[in-house]
Design a protein around this ligand. Sequence first.
Ligand code: PHB
Length: 405
Amino acid sequence: MPKESRKGFSRRSFLQTTAAAVGATAVGGLMPASFAIGGSSKVRIGILLPYSGTYAMLGNSITDAFKLRVQMGDGTIAGREVEYIPIDSEMSVPKAPQNTKKLVDKEKVDFLVGPVHSGIAAVMAKLVGPREGPIMIVPNAGSNAVTGPLCADNIFRTSFSNWQPAFPGGKVMADDGHKTAITIAWKYAAGMQMMDAGKSAFEQNGGKVIKDIQVPFPNVEFQANLSEIAALKPDAVFAFFSGGGAVKFVKDYAAAGLKDKIPLYGPGFLTEGVSKAQGAAAEGIRTTLHYSGDLENSANQAFRRAYDKAYGKMPNVFSVQGYDAAALIINAMTQVGGDSGATGDLINAMSGAKFPDSPRGAWHMSAAHNPVQNIYLREVRGGKQKLLGIAAKDLEDPAKGCKMA
Ligand code: PHB
């Protein structure tokens, strides 16, 4: 069936015609393995995540926690053994089509887990959704489009939209009494969408952004940008960097003498999983995110103990997203008796998914297949995140352009 005609399918007509769709898909290009292999073989989990470069820590955290969640059950997915087929995305958008096709067409995975990078997410979503490929679970990439114009029956996210952690952050910055700000981020979808969201909340609450600085991804040469910030003297700076780049930015910011003069804010990725490496430079940085390590719910305590025992380190938000991606698959597969070919029923189970016991606190899947979740305000103290409160309760992404929502 040509892609154009599939794009017109409504969710309802798909669910009514699952059998027909299965037949049609089997002769198409991207064929889910489950239709070809049947229910008794191993469940094949294709993973497209970064294992090198500035986001390597994110990819490893997601993968480790996904596997931990499977092990914390009986080591199977609904009674079936699990086979992981990981590919290093290298954060390369040009390589994303071939990497995706390799997992779907050649490896014939039952579920596709990835990516971290918003640009890659949009490429993957166009290839596999709606129903062109297997069910895809996004365990990080926040691309607003993936649960907006590109939303699809078979695409689910267990992380966040870029708007979600950023919008409350802009309000926090205004509430802290700042009147002017500079935004600074890597120049690609994630950075631009987070800066737009933070800026609009800041300005809606009486602030004014005097300059948006865009840094080519994944560059970490910040000296010229820091000189410009020092010269323009805003009240505050709102930043998106993550992984290795966040370590370098926060350290350079302090080394340039800006830390005690112009406070840094941002979506929590700025200090998440990296605050130890940032050391004193991170102390006092306030961020907003859908997780804080010190959340007191019992699921978080159990998760942190198990992760520490398995890997000898503490988890972070990326781990939580990977853990919940595995939980989403396990719960849905259990509901369909382990039949990974029951696509319509799996989609139904995932669409209504509720996570009362996630380490991040309770969340549920929105109609656009994105988490409805709390966004927490945290501050780095003694190298750890200190929870200061809830910046936005049960926040739902506006899902602009999503026809399912
Ligand atoms: C993204 O590209 O969507 C992205 C990457 C790293 C983050 C958050 C979002 O920490």
